[in-house]
Ligand binder design. Structure first.
Ligand SMILES: Cc1cc2nc3c(=O)[nH]c(=O)nc-3n(C[C@H](O)[C@H](O)[C@H](O)COP(=O)(O)O)c2cc1C
Length: 194
């Protein structure tokens, strides 16, 4: 099996807590600032060495459908089937998930890198983001992107606060396997397997 790099990632995104070193004494404001910068930078570099699949989390807000590119999806339970995804507290999609208590997952393939880019930007006009992305609606009424490696429909069961992200736990109500080589995030770039 070959591993191919498809492109360098413009954003270099890796979810990271804002601080992870606990000072042994009450820190001065300068120490806090420095430890966050230095530790945060190291942590992101280390986490960049971990490969992750790239998915789009979709949800619905009052204004329309939302979508967010994510690399934090994890399978956590088989019976009942459950997954978790870490969503930035400030992300519009996280708010939509919390309000409608549901989200869908579309697992991207190597030919869908442009979709990863599309949903990694905070699009001001919600429906614009979905306009030229072929999609259908799941049983729960939320978008699923066509041509993916797999799809999940989830009912939100819990949200846990975790640093600057929230952990959203979903019970899987529908799961479908697709086809295609996966899109993989590693070392701040997109890769695939062949
Ligand atoms: C490869 C990649 C992986 C990402 N993974 C996550 C993630 O796991 N969780 C998250 O909250 N944001 C992640 N992001 C950042 C979001 O996609 C980005 O903040 C998005 O613009 C949020 O959109 P929204 O505010 O419209 O919901 C990732 C971005 C990229 C490019």
């Amino acid at each position: 099996m070959e591993v191919l790099q498809t492109s360098a990632l413009p954003l270099g995104y890796v979810a990271a807590p804002s601080e992870w070193i606990l000072p042994s004494h009450p820190p001065t404001s300068l120490e806090v600032r420095l430890s966050r910068q230095v530790a945060g930078h190291d942590f992101r570099d280390v986490m960049a060495r971990m490969p992750a699949s790239v998915v789009v989390i979709s949800a619905r807000s009052e204004g329309g459908y939302r979508g967010l590119t994510a690399s934090s999806l994890v399978s956590i339970s088989v019976d009942p089937p459950m997954v978790l995804v870490g969503l930035e507290r400030e992300a519009a999609t996280r708010s939509a998930v919390a309000v409608t208590r549901a989200f869908n997952v579309s697992v991207l393939t190597r030919s869908q890198e442009f979709i990863a880019d599309r949903f990694a930007g905070r699009a001001p006009a919600i429906d614009t983001a979905w306009r030229d992305v072929p999609h259908r609606l799941g049983v729960n009424g939320l978008p699923l992107i066509e041509g993916c490696a797999a799809w999940l429909e989830c009912r939100l069961v819990e949200i846990h606060s975790a640093g600057d992200h929230d952990i959203c736990v979903g019970e899987v109500t529908a799961a479908t396997a697709g086809s295609g080589d996966p899109l993989i995030l590693w070392d701040r770039a997109f890769w695939t397997l062949r």
